[in-house]
Ligand binder design. Sequence first.
Ligand code: NAD
Length: 493
Amino acid sequence: MATRRRPSFDSHNPVTDEVVGTYPIMNKGDVADAVAHARAASSQWQALGFSDRKKVLLAWSSLIIKRIEQIAALVSLETGKPLSDARLEVSIAVSQIGWAARHAESIMRTSYRRPGLLMANMAATVERSPFGVVGVIGPWNYPIFTPVGSIAYALAAGNTVVFKPSEFTPGVGMWLEEIFSEVAPFADIFTTITGLGETGGALCVSDIDKLSFTGSTRTAKLVAAQCASVMVPVVLECGGKDPVIVAADADMKRAVDATMWSAMANAGQSCIGAERVYVDEKVADEFIARAIELAATIHAGAPGDGNYGPATMPAQIKVIQSHIKAAIADGGTCVYGGPQSVKAPFVQPVVLVDVPENSKAVREETFGPIIIINRVASMSQAIELANASRYGLGANVWSKRRGKSIASQLQCGMVAINSTFAFAAVASVPFGGVKDSGSGRVHGPEGFLEYTYARTVVRTRFYLPLKFLSFKRRPQDDKLVIALTRMLKGRLG
Ligand code: NAD
């Protein structure tokens, strides 16, 4: 009898299209098995306690640092990004592991709450408990930094984790698991499963307790719907169309340098990459001239050659092309590059100006090395346009005097003033968006708490003669409650 071959998929070098690895497409049964093993390991991992879990996580991060050249090479091979970018990504990911390991105990410490007058005889506490098994689904653009921002925090909180990396970067996902297994005290604490979208779908409806998804808004909606069908809570980290606001008093040189890097680095494939600039008309010509000058000094190419690499996902090329064409057709002007800048798998820098706000190039995530620069008459107009997006992930504000005031009016999860991307590298602050950019947070105490749930425990310290929570409640008890409510103007609890 012929044996049925297990379905598999290939991972490619996006520069050469060469196959760099072949991985199994795990089906529903495989996913269920992985989750069952993770569940079986869960109580032992929890029982290890903060200090021993910290040792394991720090040993994991030390081993990653030791082998940074190996993992950076693999990230570069599967994504096409320059080695130097891959190294930076690994370094920031490692700092996330350390931060989560070191802060787990204090973030999860039981908190004591005031019981209020009516319940003065009770001790009220809130404990934080790990969920059990956390599923993590990751993207390919930052294949180590992004998933580690969920995996490390979930593990530090005492959960076991089943991770489904992107089908474009399965090798990086497998590497993370292999390195972890070298320091793990026992099996199944952290498992990587491989496959396409269906494998991710199977994880959503498996026996997990929470799912952390990072990827496109389109997939996030499918993930949220699948998780809702089995009441699995979700963290959704999705796409963006990040605005950059440049005031007349901005340090123009720094603003242009950071904005062009934010827009073009990683071939524009950053969820928090600059995509739209709203620059005060008084300084717009200078900003545009400097942007053109800078664009001329950078180019896409293979690792070792380009300032940034190819479009990792071949299908994105069409989206980028259509956005450049739409921007021009809708009335915008290409001041550097243009449709001819797209030569798959590379896209050379493109600078577009005065693109109408209703163009899909301004409204939709491009995820390519394209920057749109639009002039505004005032900072209130810049704020209004920045907010008139279905996305709300990050934003950058450039102003010497008005940074904080502009930042406070933006509808987004993160703002960098006179900087870019910085919030992603600060482990102690939450990362995430609003609107179509997602819900929930990763990183920092807020991101950490996503992998725990609150358990309230109230304990009787002594008994009162009054019985409020009993059928033995008397009319004089009612009177007392009403009198106290009136006297304290409702502040009984
Ligand atoms: P994607 O949505 O195509 O895929 C993400 C992951 O979801 C992959 O692992 C994929 O296999 C899986 N998946 C696909 N279909 C699924 C389904 N039906 N059920 C469950 N899982 C499924 O995204 P991508 O192309 O890998 O990543 C790029 C996107 O990610 C961009 O939009 C970018 O802005 C966003 N992103 C967001 C953040 C953030 O933190 N907000 C970070 C990085 C990337």
